[in-house]
Write a protein that binds this ligand. Structure first.
Ligand code: PEP
Ligand code: MN
Length: 363
């Protein structure tokens, strides 16, 4: 075995690192490819954790399914030669055991595994009592509860260092992304788990390297703690996810172009102005909720009238009239049509629920 040239940083330190940059190939392919990538990434000084998939969950059989345990020795060499801690994906108890035995520092649960509570529980059970950092990628489907459930299973096994990876959600809708980012779900997950590390994976969101910069910056703007980005010495020749991987040089360029935002604006005294604006926002939110409550009370009166006169709750012509009238003013007010449409739809559904409750009441 090779002599350790570098001290691998303690994992507590890794968890404090901001921004935390995780990079490496989608899949470990050959010893040469793994070591070339890791050496270049370590030399950049911008990467803190080396990733490589050994066991690859592929959508269709027959695609390259990873080198498996053969790659564990390559990961050990990465650690010894570069000092970078290593991370890989695990999908079963046996993979957890093999990875831990080989000294892999960080494990992650992939999007195709997070969807399955049985598999997540199996992994959590295999980790019970160990102080092993684990990242949980979002499930492929847009279900935040499933994501939270996976985090809870890992946390209940006693794991203290848990990170979330936002890698986008499968969608049938036409989108410019490979996996739609659905930022609102990432925001909701961060709200639910404010103390967990929050990492963005633009590679699997974009599916193509020319879009990575924009998504990574968007994530930084929202206050993510770091990035996981796929990186290959010869991206176009990669055995998996070729179109989205960056060369080490491309990664350096991307990271140099990112503006990172401070996490905790409340700390600085000079943010009194921000605090004032937030107070005004809170005031407006209070008013909006009051107005909505008044609107629903009117809807209940309308419900009572319709019930007495045997008029149906849903009046499509009136609903269209409301939509047209308000949408007409949306642009002037600086609000997108899409937002107004979604907002009014939610208000309308709530109004129907109130009227339905009135219809259901005894006289
Ligand atoms: C990967 O990181 O290479 C991977 C398979 O990711 P995901 O689980 O997000 O698809
Ligand atoms: Mn990949």
């Amino acid at each position: 075995m090779l002599e350790a040239d570098f001290q691998v940083p303690a994992l507590d330190h890794l968890w404090q690192q901001r921004p935390l940059i995780i990079a490496g190939p989608c899949s470990a392919e050959t010893e040469e490819q793994v070591l070339t990538t890791a050496t270049a990434l370590a030399a950049s000084g911008q990467v803190h954790l080396f990733r490589a998939g050994l066991w690859k969950p592929r959508t269709r059989p027959g695609s390259f399914e990873g080198v498996g345990s053969l790659g564990l020795g390559w990961m050990q060499q990465v650690r010894q030669l570069t000092g970078l801690p290593t991370a890989t994906e695990v999908a079963s108890a046996s993979q957890v055991e093999q990875a831990l035995k080989a000294g892999i520092d960080v494990l992650w649960i992939g999007a195709r595994t997070t969807v399955n509570p049985f598999s997540v529980q199996e992994i959590a059970d295999a980790l019970r009592g160990l102080n092993q950092p684990v990242f949980v990628k979002n499930p492929l489907n847009a279900d935040v509860d499933l994501w939270t459930g996976a985090v809870e299973r890992v946390a209940k096994a006693g794991i203290q260092h848990i990170g979330l990876i936002h890698r986008g959600f499968a969608s049938y809708a036409n989108t410019e992304f490979r996996h739609a980012p659905m930022w609102h779900l990432a925001i909701e997950m961060k709200r639910r788990h404010p103390d967990l590390l929050f990492i963005n994976d633009p590679s699997h969101i974009c599916g193509r390297r020319d879009k990575l910069q924009g998504v990574a910056q968007r994530a930084a703007d929202l206050g993510c703690d770091g990035l996981m980005i796929e990186c290959h010495p010869r991206p176009d020749e990669a055995w998996s996810d070729a179109a989205q991987q960056l060369s080490p040089e491309g990664l350096r360029h991307l990271l140099d172009g990112i503006t990172w935002r401070r996490q905790d604006a409340a700390q600085a005294a000079c943010h009194a102005a921000l605090e004032q604006l937030r107070q005004r926002i809170d005031g407006l939110d209070d008013e909006i909720v009051q107005l909505l409550s008044q609107r629903m009370k009117l809807a209940e009166q309308i419900g009572a009238y319709k019930k007495t006169h045997d008029i149906a709750i849903l009046q499509t012509a009136r609903w269209n009239q409301i939509l047209d009238r308000i949408l007409d003013s949306s642009e002037r007010l600086g609000l997108s049509e899409e937002f107004i449409h979604r907002f009014l739809e939610a208000v309308h559904l709530e109004s129907i629920a109130h009227q339905t409750a009135v219809f259901g009441k005894e006289k």
